[in-house]
Structures are given as C-alpha cells and as structure tokens.
Design a binder for this molecule. Structure first.
Ligand code: GTR
Length: 496
C-alpha cells in the first residue's frame, strides 16, 4: 500500500511541476514574442490578458484554441487517473468467510470439450486426455514431449542406518539419475529404502524440499549440492550444510513405511528445478531451451510441470529396479509438492495412487471458492510455478471455465488420497474435500466409489471407502506420521 501512496504523491508532484513548467514556458513565449517582434496578438483567444507585468505586448509561442487546451487537460487527467487506478489494483485480501466462499458454479467432470456430457466408460480415456490438456493449457503448462536419455549410477546399496542403528531389514539405495539431452545433463539423486525381504514392494515416490539428507539421520545419505532456500535451517549461501541432516525427518517416517511392506523413494526438488524465478534457464528447463515459456508461448511448462515431469523420469528408473513393483508406483507430495504430485498423477498413468497432502491452491483446493490462498496471490508470490495463461484468472476466478475437481477426476480410474490439516486454512481444507466430492461423478460413471461427504469430517477421522480417500489431521500445514499411516492404510485398501 505504501508504495502506491508514494507513487500517487510522485505523480501529483510531477503533474504540479508540469503545470508550473507549462506556465513558465507560456511566460517565456510572451516575452520572446514581445521582444522579438514587439507585436501583440489582439484578437487571439485570450488576448485581452496578453499583457505582461512589464507592460510588454505578449503572444503565446503556440496558439491553441480553448477547446484544444481543454482536450489536452482532459486527456492528461484521464490518462493519469487510469494509470493510478491500474497501479492501485491490489490483490484482494484473503477470504476466510465461508458465507462468501459458496457462490460459484462448477463444470461437471463429465462435460466434454463441446460441453456435451459423456455417458459411457469407453468415452473416458478421451475425456481424461481432454482434461489433462485443459490443465496443461490453462494452468501448469505443457512439458516437452521430446525424449531425454536416462543414465543411472547406483552409488550406494547397503542396509540403512536410522536412529543410529543398522536396519538389517531396510535396503538403502542411492542412485544418481542423469537426464541427458543434446550435450546437456541434469543430475537427480534418488534415495530409496525398500523392505529387504520383499521382491516387489509397492513404492511411494515423492520429492522433498531440503535435500535427501534432510529426510533422515542416516549419515550415509548424500548431502544435496543443489540450490537451497536460505530461509531454511542448515543452509548457508543457498547450499545445505551438515547441520541440515534430518531436519525434515518428521515428514519421512522411513522405518514405519518400510515396516508396512512399502518402499519409499525421494529426491530433492531443486535437483529437478531450483525453486526460484530464474527465467527457466536452470534445472530441467535448461535441457529444452527451445521450449522455454514466454509471452508468445504462454502455455509452456512452469516449475510445477517440471517437477512433475521429473517424477515421471524417476518412475522410469524405479519401474526397472529389483525389489520394486512396477505396477505399484504411488506419487505423494506435500504443499507445492502436493500440487506437483497431482499434476504428475494426472499425466502419468503409472502412478496407481496419487497422494495430495495439504496441496491447497493450484492443488486439490477449488479455486472458485476463493478461500485462503487465491490465484492472484500464488501467481504473484511464485510467478514461476504455473504457466502464463493461469495469470488471466488473477482475482477473476469466476471467469475460470474449469476448476481443480477436474484435475482430481483426470486421475480416475486410479486412486486419489487428499489430506488436509485443521489449522491450514490457507490451503482451504473444505475446498480440498469438495474437489474430491465433485470429482466423484467420474469415478461413479466408471463404476467406482468416490467421496460422498460434502462437509468436513471430524479431525483425525479418515473417510472414503472407495477410490478417493480424505482426512483432516489435527494441526498445522505439514506431512506427519499420522498422514502417512492413512496413506498406507488407504493404499492397502486399493490392493497396493
Ligand atoms: C506457500 C504457498 C502454498 C504452498 C506452500 C508450500 O507459501 O502459498 O501454496 O505451496 O507455500 O509449498 O509450503
């Protein structure tokens, strides 16, 4: 707000200076003409006043009619007003009033590109493709279709050490995954823990925020060398330090996951694309310089699409590894990485279960509710996450011809789990639930069960007996053991 006031003051000052200058120039004009020609302009409009204090006869340099002068003044005034109005258009403050969040209409998830409703299962694959294309065009952007070659190097394969103890039943692997194209290369370090005695464990795959070393206290996990946010603990000059080990281990309860028979794999999201606005030069965007988003190509990939694309490349690796069930891949993510998990899941049918944890705006939450984080806010705070087209909807959610329930539906017939947290109003827990609810029409058409509840369940009370699950954890924006326990129970109910 303060800078707007500053701009207004500067504009007013400039206008005053301009008026003064104009008057001064006019005065000069009078003297010049008086001294130069010593003629007066009697009969000129306003000439009755053309007499300087010195008693010299005067004449303006440029003679304008009254109408013209008024016109100029009006145009200047109008321009200035429009300009200041544009500048003063602030992002709406976040809404937390439920009564203001209910006035919207949604397009049915069964509504096709021509507005016609699809009626049968055999139309679903085409409808799914349409929905994915819709979100690529309007929100996340298209990832390039050109292949990259993938080279892997297993640089660690040993029992894990967790809590200071050797875990004979947990196999730890670290794999350098090189994504290569036309002489360029990006290295992504994949860390994987799997049950030693299981030959085909279903595997959760999710990106982490702070580097693989932040997910557990195993000293053998390689410290990330990719960009890290200085605001996070254990980071100096955008590099992780030893002290960052295990500082997000509460989000990755590895021992408990493996004890349930699952494998879990993770990679630092910055390996794929550092999370800042660099004009899409670094990370995997740099592998495809000719595919960079710009004003003339507003639907190309942003960072969420890049992270999601990276998850698919990691799936390419995981599905070939021993001990992992290639039919049992699941993608999981928290917050911005929950948005990423949803987009990865919508694109890549190898992910049998898609888990969105507190993904909020641009994730599971309905944008049209305009509750908590809004489209304008997310596009302003994180201009690199989405494509350019998504900016059309800044504070204009009512003009969106789509919403996030269609993204959830695009995952059908595969399964989706949506997790919210009671104090995470910014992510709009009810909006996250309602996406699942409105997506359920597609699941029902496919003979599957979605969500039946339109109202938030009690905290710590998971719901959803079919292909969509939901819970509202008590507490803050985070991904904790309780969340994982529900993901795993749900995965088992899906036969994973
Ligand atoms: C917030 C952002 C959310 C969410 C979150 C996170 O600042 O507004 O959309 O993505 O970051 O990723 O932790």
């Amino acid at each position: 707000m303060q800078w707007l006031i500053t701009i207004a003051v500067v504009l007013t000052a400039l206008a005053l200076v301009a008026i003064k200058l104009y008057r001064f120039a006019k005065e000069l004009g009078r003297i010049d003409s008086a001294e130069g020609s010593k003629t007066s302009c009697h009969g000129c409009p306003g000439s009755s006043k053309n007499q300087s204090d010195l008693g010299i006869a005067i004449k303006p340099l440029v003679q304008l009619g009254d109408k013209t002068k008024q016109g100029i003044v009006a145009i200047v005034f109008l321009n200035t007003s429009i300009w200041s109005l544009g500048l003063s258009q602030e992002i709406r403050p976040p809404n937390y009033d439920e009564s203001k969040a209910s006035n919207y209409t949604l397009v049915s998830v069964l509504s096709g590109p021509d507005g016609k409703r699809i009626e049968s299962k055999d139309q679903w694959p085409a409808q799914r493709r349409y929905l994915v294309e819709l979100f690529a065009t309007e929100e996340y952007g298209f990832a390039p279709k050109d292949p990259v070659s993938i080279r892997t190097e297993v640089f660690d394969d040993a029992p894990a050490v967790l809590g200071g103890e050797l875990q004979a039943n947990i196999r730890r692997r670290q794999i350098a995954v090189y994504l290569e194209r036309e002489g360029r290369s990006v290295r992504v370090d994949l860390a994987l823990w799997s049950p030693k005695d299981r030959s085909n464990a279903p595997c959760f795959l999710g990106l982490n925020f702070r580097g693989n070393q932040s997910t557990c206290d195993d000293p053998k996990i390689k410290l990330t060398s990719s960009w890290c946010d200085n605001r996070n603990p254990g980071v100096q000059n955008n590099k992780a330090t030893e002290s960052s080990r295990a500082n997000q281990s509460e989000r990755w309860p590895i021992a408990q996951i493996v004890a349930e028979g699952f494998a879990v794999a993770t990679a630092h999201y910055s390996d794929i694309d550092p999370d800042y606005d660099d004009g899409f030069e670094n990370g995997v965007h740099g592998l495809f310089p000719e595919h960079r988003i710009d004003e003339t190509n507003p639907s190309r990939w942003g960072s969420i699409a890049a992270w999601a694309w990276g998850l698919s490349r990691l799936a390419d690796v995981l599905e070939k590894l021993d001990g992992i069930d290639p039919q049992g891949l699941m993608v999981v993510g928290h917050s911005r990485l929950g948005k990423t998990a949803l987009w990865a899941g919508a694109n890549d049918p190898r992910f049998q279960l898609v888990v969105s944890n507190n993904s909020g705006c641009g994730g599971a939450a309905l944008s049209k509710r305009v509750y908590g984080e809004s489209v304008a806010r997310i596009n302003t705070s994180f201009p690199h996450w989405f494509n350019r087209n998504f900016r059309k909807y800044n504070d204009r959610e009512e003009t969106m011809a789509f919403d996030q329930h269609q993204l959830i539906a695009a995952i059908a017939p595969r399964s989706v789990y949506i997790a919210s947290a009671s104090n995470d109003k910014w992510a709009d827990p009810l909006g996250e639930l309602l996406s699942g609810y409105h997506a359920s029409e597609a699941f029902a058409m496919l003979g599957l069960k979605g969500l039946e509840a339109k109202e938030l369940p009690a905290v710590q009370t998971p719901i959803g007996q079919g292909s969509i699950g939901y819970h509202l954890r008590q507490g803050e924006h985070d991904m904790l053991l309780y969340d994982w326990q529900q993901f795993m129970a749900f995965a088992k109910r899906q036969g994973l």
